[in-house]
Design a protein around this ligand. Sequence first.
Ligand SMILES: [Zn+2]
Length: 391
Amino acid sequence: MPTSRELLAEVKAEIREIDGAEAERSLSAALVLDVREPDEYEQGAIPGALHIPRGHLEGQVEGKVPDKSRPIIVHCASGFRSAFATKTLQDLGYEDVVNLAGGFNKWKDEGRPWQTPRTLTADQRNRYQRHLLLPEVDVKGQQKLLESKVLLLGAGGLGSPAALYLAAAGVGTLGVIDMDVVDESNLQRQVLHNMDRVGERKVDSAKKTLTALNPDVDVVTYDVRLGADNILDVIDGYDVIVDGTDNFPTRYLVNDASLVKRIPVVHGSIFRFEGQATVFAPYDGPCYRCMIPEPPPPELAPSCAEAGVLGVLPGVIGSIQAMEAMKVLLGLGDPLIGRLLAYDALEESFRVFRVHRDPECPACGADAGEIVIAEYDELCMPHPKEPPAAS
Ligand SMILES: [Zn+2]
């Protein structure tokens, strides 16, 4: 049986090692792979390093580093464990792997760059475990979510499922704007609330439910009516807006303000047995005015309260909105930018329609003038020269 020293010598004969200076020069081109234990990593790490503890290397590396031709610099604390890890990676078919001689300790002693990585707490690792198992999310994505701010317009039918899922997923700040109180007739679809909360402000009820679900989430409430006077202040600083409002004037107002602030809006709407969702990415895709230049006459656009809506339907559309918000936050997949997803509950079918940016859009078109944030009446006329007089 060889001793560990002999085994190391054997492995070292089959791998290449580089010193700190060479590694530092290669930082921009190579991936640094840190194979130390989590408690060592949390004390300090090379910036940008991918952390996979030695014990998880074989199981995780191909998911996290699918490109086997990518240059990799492996390190541990002293260069011992990483020598074996380097050999393992070579055996797995990685073509350009080197070991950092002396490991992180020598790197640090030589005064090379390192930092204390932001990490998740043990509780967070447990709570978001299913996210951490997805290479596309992982610790980095989860931290991104925890640092993200999503504003929910409405704590009603669409806002309820969207808020619940975004809170559960660990979106760190959820703004909720709603000026209503919980009514028993809301409970057929507004699953944020319950019988004990009837008569309570909806935003307070939402905050209780969301905080009980996930204490990581900071719920910021706005018990106000969204209007031209406050919208720019309210939406400022949010990464994504989830629009669950049910009337045209507010949608135009939200559209114009989101263009000014360049905040993407995940739009959703429901009507009887049908729903739709899309994502408005300011100046990257169509805006609400590109899609619906003029609102339908009021008699053809009854509100949800007047038209009725089948329970569960807002759960489907609101959940799609939450999913699109997550994708926008994480830069994942293809969000519904320039595409309108239409759902028919009776047929149980989804259809996707292309929506194009209108070059002559009065809000986001090339010749659009400066956007005026104004109150809109039921005609929602775009860009009045003067904001209409308050009524
Ligand atoms: Zn537009």
